[in-house]
Design a protein around this ligand. Structure first.
Ligand code: C2O
Ligand code: CU
Length: 476
């Protein structure tokens, strides 16, 4: 792993001199404001995008020609109607990540729908129950389709949002580019599959290698972070600022500072921050990503305009968002299940069930498989459930990571509470749809199984998903 176009770390005060990058502003995105009854049209197709200023354009896959796809905005409680017309030369689907849709609208190929063939159109339609920051992406060949650019924000607005001066979305991307800025097409190589996934060399914000993000002294920004990368985990340090986490995976949380000041966001996760721009006009601060210490780089610079401060002391308004209508798990009557993650390099796994047969690790590897859930290496979406839960029942799942790698585990169709980590109760009992497990960590989650159907529970490092780390939970 190395960085190619990412801004190298510079010493404080030498920022401008050392970075050989033009100060390109974080790009605005096209926005679809969904009016009730409107049908939003999404057209995945091959396109070209200027990811790296000063470099040639990159051939990408894009929704409606833009990377990321258009930001879809809707009010909580409204109905979304979307027509997805596939202009790619391969099948696709769209999954509305984190939205609690009916099963048939979940976008999982061969499990909830037939893939959308080239030239075909599929209609998705569902009510949005929860406000918050969500996103959409293909669930078919997602390792390659997301890796080539298919992803977009889906923002559900609260009826009574908190007071901020600006509401900003940063979809974080991560590309593996060659020196001519074209996408390296080594998708699915065994190194990526069996280690940390396809970590790229060019992190972007809203589809562009960022330079500056302009802010004004005194303003309060709601910053919606979405990690749309295949595999890169970000660990963001906002130097000179004190961001408060106000929502995780779309759902409100008691506003709090991130642990040790660093905002860690794994693939597929969303984190909403409230940040007061409390510094003087004209100053510049770094946002440094040092999740992988050897790969630390400056993601973007917060650059204060020369305008007089908007206000003299921080905005005096609350940060607590209104709760979403998610059913509270009843732990006293819960059924309990265990889900064990195994495999990967440097792991203990000897083999797993593959296509119904016990297969040793060496044979698995020859067929591009590296991971298993409860001893089964999944090679497609149409899976037998790892367990079934009665509708309405509270379910507690102990997820046990028996590997040497991180795994952001995502459950479809539901939102769960994160109860504990390695036996220690979590402080905020966060509502999430994707939970990051550290190597050898055990995490307990709980949810009310109130959405009937077969639901994916899988790792959102897309290379892990593609090489076995995928399962189905049945609610019936
Ligand atoms: Cu964001 Cu199963 O996916
Ligand atoms: Cu994983």
């Amino acid at each position: 792993m190395h960085n190619l176009f990412a801004r190298p770390m510079s010493r404080r005060g030498l920022l401008r001199a050392s970075a050989g990058f033009a100060a390109v502003a974080v790009a605005p995105k096209p926005v679809f404001a969904a009016l009730e009854r409107d049908i939003i049209s999404l057209k995945p197709a091959a396109a070209r995008a200027q990811l790296v200023p000063g470099q040639p354009e990159t051939s990408v896959f894009a929704y409606n020609g833009s990377v990321p796809g258009p930001e879809i905005r809707v009010k909580q409680g409204e109905r979304l109607r979307l027509a997805v017309s596939n202009r790619l030369d391969q099948e696709t689907t769209v999954h509305w990540h984190g939205i609690r849709t009916p099963n048939a609208m979940d976008g999982v190929p061969h499990l909830t729908q037939k893939p959308i063939g080239p030239g075909e159109t599929f209609h998705y339609e569902f009510d949005v129950q929860d406000a918050g920051t969500f996103w959409y992406h293909p669930h078919h060949h997602s390792m390659e389709q997301v890796g080539r650019g298919l992803a977009g924000p889906l923002i559900v607005e609260e009826h009574e949002p908190i007071q901020v001066d600006r509401d900003i979305t940063w979809l974080l991307g991560d590309w593996r580019l060659k020196a001519d800025a074209s996408i390296s097409d080594d998708f699915g190589n065994f190194m990526d599959l069996s280690h940390g996934g396809r970590v790229g060399n060019t992190p972007t914000i809203n589809g562009r290698l960022p330079g500056d993000f302009r802010v004004r002294s005194g303003e309060r920004i709601r910053l919606r972070l979405i990690n749309g990368a295949n595999a890169r985990i970000f660990g963001l340090n906002f130097e000179g600022h004190d961001p408060q986490i106000i929502a995780i995976d779309g759902h409100p949380v008691e506003p709090h500072r991130p642990n040790s000041g660093r905002v860690v966001i794994a693939p597929a996760q969303r984190i909403d921050l409230a940040i007061d721009m409390g510094n003087d006009p004209g100053r510049t601060f770094r946002v440094v990503d040092d999740f992988y210490p050897k790969l630390a780089y400056e993601l973007v610079l917060l650059s204060y305009s020369g305008d007089a401060p908007l206000r003299s002391s921080p905005l005096d308004a609350g940060l607590r968002l209104p709760d979403n209508p998610v059913a509270e798990p009843d732990l006293s009557s819960a059924v309990r299940h265990e889900v064990v993650l195994g495999g990967g390099m440097m792991g203990m796994m000897q083999g797993a069930m593959m296509h119904g047969e016990m297969t040793d690790m060496r044979t698995m590897m020859r067929q591009g498989m590296a991971w298993a859930i409860n001893g089964v290496a999944a090679s497609g979406h149409a899976l037998d459930p790892v367990f079934a839960v009665k509708r309405g029942q509270t379910c507690v799942v102990s997820v046990v990571n028996q590997t040497r790698w991180h795994h952001p585990m995502h459950l479809h169709g539901h939102t769960f509470r994160v109860l504990s980590r390695n036996g220690t109760r979590t402080q905020h009992r966060e509502w999430q749809d994707t939970v990051l497990l550290d190597p050898d960590e055990r995490v307990e989650i709980a949810f009310v199984a109130d959405n009937p159907g077969d639901w994916m529970f899988h790792c959102h490092i897309l290379e892990h998903q593609a090489s076995g780390m995928m399962s189905v939970i049945r609610v019936a």
